[in-house]
Ligand binder design. Sequence first.
Ligand code: COA
Length: 367
Amino acid sequence: MTKQHPLAIGLDGIAVAETDLSLVDGINGLLVYRGHWARDLAIHHTFEEVAHLLWFGHLPSEQELTDLKDKLKANRELPEHVKGILKLIPADVDMMSVLRTGVSALGSSSHGFPPTIDEVIALAAKMPTIVAYRFACLEGLEPLAPNPELDHTANYLYMLKGVKPNAAHVRALDAYLILTQEHGMNASTFSGRVVSSTESDLISSITAAIGTLKGPLHGGAPSEVTEMIEAIGTKENAEPWLRNKLESGGRLMGFGHRVYKTIDPRATALRVVASELSSNDPWFDLATHVEKVGLQLLEEYKPGRKLNTNVEFFAAAVMRAVGLDDNLFTPTFAVSRVVGWSAHILEQAGNNRIIRPQSNYIGTMPE
Ligand SMILES: CC(C)(COP(=O)(O)OP(=O)(O)OC[C@H]1O[C@@H](n2cnc3c(N)ncnc32)[C@H](O)[C@@H]1OP(=O)(O)O)[C@@H](O)C(=O)NCCC(=O)NCCS
């Protein structure tokens, strides 16, 4: 009999790395980035400050922050060949596939292994431009050049909407982007680390991570949350619709998490952010009703599974409140998570061993 290895379907409960980037405590509902509560970072800091924390290990001094902002600003423009590719891709190709292709097309400038921090910053700077460039093409508008007066999040909104965004929208989106920059060994981060562990280049690792994030069980959920709320339509319809979904074996989008067996702390923080922007919005009123009924029904149909609201439920609400179209939700998630992906890739490169698990053969042997 051939040796069989311990089986962990979905790698549930298996640690494949030591990290000092983040703690995701699913029992107590805690999220820490390098010794700081993520929710406090989201309230008191900016995208660039938290990116500096994750990439360099500490919150920046004033000079370090200026340097990072300058580097990001200097790297926002896309090479002409990437713009050409973004224009050529047929309009019915989804945004995440376009982002994956646009990032992949940057590959020629990659330096191989190990990646440098300058490569990482250049890539994080360009991803919002790829999304905004493609969005403008789809809308039949002339893509806007990045605005060097604006910081990362404000510039992203500016390129998407064509006007300087108001401060409340920038603040809300900044909070969302900070809360989703990093999250332990989630599926897309794992993909990125697997690719990097073969000593492949940064662009290949991030391309794999984008492809992983796209799936509806991971980062593809927020647009499915808005589709669900739209399909439900009225408060009266919430219970029959959700019940029908669960009875037919379907999953309620925006609920449940592999690690969190209590409320996702990012959902708690984003609920506050979304409610501040949406006080008179009937959509938000319906969404909070759907959340309440959804939680009750999950307890009824899946007792003991500890299914709670996850980050995607209120991510959808925040992105909708700042005026982003549904097709921008998951790409915007990628625009933030590239910080965590690249921080993990740098960490992997610093202490690399190829990630190579096993499978147990259960087929027949030749006679
Ligand atoms: C996130 C997610 C993929 C985690 O999956 P997981 O850790 O593998 O959880 P499991 O698939 O083992 O689920 C355990 C049980 O809860 C059920 N369940 C989990 N999430 C559910 C959901 N959102 N709706 C209905 N049932 C759900 C499963 O059907 C399973 O039931 P069973 O014990 O009768 O077989 C899962 O909760 C999910 O699909 N959620 C909806 C998509 C989503 O919001 N994704 C964003 C994540 S941030």
